[in-house]
Write a protein that binds this ligand. Sequence first.
Ligand code: ADP
Ligand code: MG
Ligand code: ZN
Length: 495
Amino acid sequence: MVMIERVVTGPLVPGNDMTDDSAMKYVPTIGLEVHVQLRTASKMFCACSTEFGAEPNTHVCPVCLGYPGAMPVMNGRAIELTVRTGLMIGSEISGFSKFDRKSYFYPDMPKNYQISQYDKPLCLGGEVEADDEGRLVRVRIHRIHLEEDVAKNMHFQSASGIDFNRAGTPLMEIVTEPDMHSAADAYAFLQALKQIVAYAGVSDCNLEEGNIRCDVNVSVCPESQSELGTKAEIKNMNTFKGVYSAVGYEIERQIAVLEGGGRVVQETRRWDPDREVTSSMRTKEDEHDYRYFPEPDLMPVVLDPLQVNSWKESLPEAPRARRERMVDAYGIPDYDAGVLAAERSVADFFEAAAKASNNPKAVSNWIMTEMLRLLSEANVSIEAIPVTPKALAGLVALVDAGRINSNTAKDVFAELFEQGGDPEVIVKEKGLLQVSDTDAIEAFADQAISENPQSVDDYRGGKKAALQFLVGQVMRLSRGKANPQMVAKLLAEKM
Ligand code: ADP
Ligand code: MG
Ligand code: ZN
């Protein structure tokens, strides 16, 4: 099987590479339709709560249950959040936009149409820049529209049920141009999009709760061909890893079909995460005719340019711009900045601590290692813990001044993480200040030497590892407070 990974991403440009005629090369192409549940208190067209995890069918009313004649009332906040997303990615915001009925029959949607947007979406165009291990992935956005989520089917041993709590949740659909050319491109794009949406405060972006789901369109075509190949659409993926695997599988499957002399059929497929394969759900032939028509119970959305402008002015800095700025402002490596900027609250913490410290790289190290590890172990957000940016800066200063060693610092950090407080006070109260006083260390060194004659002989006989053992003994005698560099130096001198 032959496959190429395009280095440059973006719109497809036909290849003219005629140097390799040994095998056919294929260009995979991917376009995504990403559904993002918006962070609103109430649903898109009724006052029911959007809270996740409640008893089934407790957040329902005639509107979201689809009773005939129930009148929808538009949620203005959902419009705002969708427009904010468009502004974050440089979309053109439609001054005039409207809702339409998309007709289809399915048990999770008893009114037999979904209110969506057809020809007048809220946002048009835009672009997302993503990063795949230093490689720029640029994806143009086709449009963003707003619609309502459907109910959730639940299947049991001998019956199925429908939970309408999700029905009517505001759902923003972001449709990309077919600008991705590998599983890595799609993965990087989704990560970048998630960061943008989270920064803008538009969605909780909780994948476990199904806040972000996407349909994945994949095609392949011979490198020499200028038009795209026939696509298959993999429906309703809800993890980014799943998208990555499904894209990889689908590319290989389609290439195998072409290599075998067949043609790819346009169809909808489903991903089986256990077997890691896609399988056909339905072909395009029996695809629905949605019979779109304007929703007669809702007024068109006419946006006031002044309002749009004020939303634009209140947008946060985008994650990518922040990453670049943090590299410049604090002199930290691009890798660090990428990790720290991934989440807005983590970047806020870093910047506050870095400003209070004169060693931003050390602050970055603490956050990237200890902090993120402890946060993920405790499954809490950085806003919910008692350690302050100032305390972290103080801890860094204690280490830099040689007043505590790095092992002690880890213990102090763990204490700050649990209890908060001032590192200076903790260190004094617990008597953790590093012993750099030569007399004290000498006494411990003499004791270690006299208690371990074998190690001393080994060291003198050329076994350098014996020194490390003796350093360990001194550290133990000093209860971890000795300065390890000083200990090693002193021991070596004495032997
Ligand atoms: P459809 O009319 O079948 O829904 P659209 O033109 O609306 O197709 O595109 C839906 C999504 O599929 C978009 O994200 C688009 O970028 C992507 N797409 C369209 N054509 C292709 C293709 N040949 N290969 C991969 N993705 C494609
Ligand atoms: Mg479509
Ligand atoms: Zn309702």
